[in-house]
Design a protein around this ligand. Structure first.
Ligand SMILES: [Mg+2]
Length: 381
């Protein structure tokens, strides 16, 4: 026909010794002076041990440096947490209140949240509730920190989804250990999520062509059919069957047959609109779902598929072959079409009719099958 078709288709004043134990008074005593002198040494000792304890996790299990968001309205507490975790391979960020924390988490989720409970604007429990309600797969462990050491606030925090609870004043060793523990859990959770996504993708993908598989296609078609019924929208499907595919396998071998199927999948995907879905329906059959598409809208798509296949030379090394396809088209709404099964049956019948008529053609299922010949406009039977 020569016609071109477009495609629309997270206490001030408090003093802490190296163990994090609160102490009062500012006059240094001999023992205190000695203690202070010991701090760098003990920190160094801890640093080595912590790096050993955390090292495997930091470099081996999590990608990059784990990011920790410290949220506290008390600047001295924020600084204390930072100092406690410094030098252990973490990226430490801070927020002054709950509102700022939520904004930062939304913009760039951290790997761990150390969250003060008592804060102005928005308290830590509310932040916890919001973060745990994010509808995504990214697990963000939360350690709630508060001067409240009562059972009630612990229970409330844990009920809201917090993963651990630390009472102020805390011991730096304990904080480090809990951070390491949470990041270990985070790492494991990320791995589980990643594997789950891979398995989900595999369960809906055809190994050979990368298209949706039969099962995924059925669900997609079912969803589209229900939507079409609910909103009185048209829905069309194309069933594309390779003519004489057995001959290709017999003459050129199964590897070449697989190549033909893979190339054809790309070809069909390239010939349909962005809103259409392509699936491998069976051995050498492909299904195209055309949502919100009626009779006149699906014909150009069917024709593009049919033409692009006929024009392609399939070749691999010494093997080369031309190919034709028979295309069956079925519509909704259409007489007697009240289910996905009926719609598919109609497309099946249309393909069978196209085969009977000599293959290499497009057949529209109606009360009486309607053969569409793009090269002989008006010469329809
Ligand atoms: Mg506070």
């Amino acid at each position: 026909m020569g016609q071109k078709w477009d495609r629309n288709g997270t206490a001030m004043g408090q003093k802490w010794d190296s163990n994090g134990t609160e102490r009062n008074g500012n006059r240094p005593t001999l023992s205190r002076t000695l203690c202070c002198a010991m701090i760098p040494f003990r920190c160094w000792m801890f640093g080595v041990g912590a790096r050993r304890a955390l090292g495997e996790m930091d470099g081996g299990e999590m990608e990059g440096q784990p990011k920790i968001l410290v949220v506290d309205d008390d600047r001295s507490m924020r600084n204390l947490v930072k100092e406690t975790l410094e030098g252990l391979g973490f990226v430490i960020e801070t927020a002054n209140d709950g509102v700022e924390a939520v904004e930062k988490i939304r913009a760039a989720p951290p790997d761990l949240l150390i969250l003060d409970v008592m804060m102005p604007k928005m308290n830590g429990l509310e932040v916890c509730r919001i973060v745990k309600s994010f509808a995504d797969d990214n697990f963000i462990p939360i350690i709630l920190v508060s001067v409240k050491d009562d059972i009630g606030s612990k229970v409330t925090g844990l009920k809201l989804g917090a993963d651990d609870y630390l009472a102020k004043p805390y011991n730096p060793l304990e904080l480090r250990a809990r951070v390491a523990s949470m990041l270990r859990i985070k790492s494991l959770q990320d791995k589980v999520n990643s594997k789950r996504k891979q398995l989900e993708a595999l369960s809906v993908t055809d190994d050979l062509t990368g298209l949706c598989n039969h099962r995924a296609m059925h669900q997609r078609l079912k969803d589209e059919f229900l939507r079409a019924q609910r909103y009185n929208d048209p829905l069309s499907i194309l069933l594309v069957d390779i003519d004489h595919f057995k001959v290709i396998n017999d003459n050129h071998g199964q590897l070449f047959g697989d190549l033909v199927l893979t190339e054809l999948a790309k070809l069909i995907s390239g010939a349909v609109r962005e809103t259409d879905s392509v699936a491998r329906y069976g051995g050498e059959e492909f299904l195209v779902i055309l949502p919100q598409t009626h009779f006149s809208g699906c014909l150009p798509v069917a024709e593009r598929v049919w033409r692009s296949v006929a024009q392609r030379d399939f070749r691999e090394g010494k093997n080369a072959s031309k190919l034709t396809v028979s295309v069956g088209v079925a519509f909704f709404p259409s007489k007697n079409v009240t289910s996905v099964e009926q719609l598919l049956a109609n497309a099946d019948q249309a393909v069978a009719q196209a085969k009977r008529e000599g293959r290499n053609r497009i057949c529209l299922y109606q009360h009486v099958n309607y053969l569409y010949n793009p090269d002989a406009a008006g010469d329809h039977r």
